[in-house]
Design a protein around this ligand. Structure first.
Ligand code: NAI
Length: 247
């Protein structure tokens, strides 16, 4: 498949889980990829694997909660690969605490990493695409917790709800520049963010309609579709990938 040949995509949180699987899918489609992650060792490892399969890819260490670093990531990408076709604003963390223990540091950390990062990625990527005069696609990772409350997740609920609304608002404003903005809202996905306790993972999986945890590849295939021309009329929407959990 060469559907994405000549396209250049940045994937934040690309070294693990949903981001990594998305990189593998877009690589098969011929895209050039920038694996942008705080974990530079894992990002470089993935880039080596991609290069061994003749994929053009680069690793970039970034803390997405810092706007100047995200801007530098986008500048670096265009300098190195010549253009920018899209960004997957996907890096994220969880920090679960009861509300009465949700001190300002715990609140702000998740807002910075899960919400402000998405603004930075959208803003600097869109400005660059407009400057280059290219059409593009921005995909954000929201969550089922962007629309439903969860105990211990006040910070995460707030951040992911903002991502859902930033996706709509950004799509509205960027439409005149031929830039689409969409999001995915995963249910419970089998990645390191859920921890290593199988009994917890099995319980979370049991909440889905078909009673099993979702694999990151199942989210990645939806993200790859959203980046494709086949999804060219989908805009501003957050697509649930939750095996019916919110239905
Ligand atoms: P993961 O832990 O496998 O991957 C997250 C990646 O983000 C890691 O490689 C990590 O190094 C990177 N990262 C974390 N903070 C960063 C920072 N400040 N700067 C740069 N990179 C940073 O987890 P997963 O599940 O693949 O998470 C991806 C996204 O999916 C996150 O936004 C998460 O909130 C969201 N999500 C995950 C769900 C799940 O059940 N796994 C459910 C719903 C949403």
């Amino acid at each position: 498949m060469t559907e994405q040949k000549g396209k250049v995509f940045i994937i934040t949180g690309g070294a693990s889980g949903i981001g990594k699987e998305t990189a593998l899918k877009l690589a098969v489609q011929g895209a050039t990829l920038v694996i942008a992650d705080y974990n530079d060792t894992a990002a470089e490892q993935l880039v080596s694997e991609l290069e061994a399969s003749n994929v053009t890819a680069g690793a970039y260490k970034v803390d997405v909660s810092k706007g100047d670093e995200v801007k530098a990531l986008i500048d670096w990408t265009v300098q190195k690969y010549g253009t920018l076709s899209g960004i997957f604003n996907n890096a994220g963390i969880g920090l679960v605490k009861p509300f009465l223990e949700m001190d300002p540091a715990s609140y702000h950390r998740v807002i910075d990493v899960d919400q402000h990062s998405v603004y930075y990625g959208m803003y600097y990527a869109a400005k660059k695409m407009v400057e280059l005069g290219v059409a593009g696609t921005i995909v954000n990772t929201a969550s089922i917790y962007g629309t439903m409350a969860a105990v211990g997740s006040f910070n995460y609920n707030a951040a992911k709800a903002a991502v859902v609304m930033m996706t709509k608002s950004g799509a509205l404003e960027l439409a005149e520049h031929n830039i689409r903005v969409v999001a995915v809202a995963p249910g419970f996905i089998n990645t390191p963010i859920l921890g290593n306790d199988d009994s917890i993972k099995n319980h979370l999986g049991s909440l889905h309609m078909r009673g099993r945890i979702i694999q990151p590849e199942q989210v990645a295939s939806v993200v790859a579709f959203l980046f494709s021309d086949a999804a060219s009329a989908i805009n501003g929407q957050t697509i649930p990938v939750d095996d019916g959990y919110l239905s």
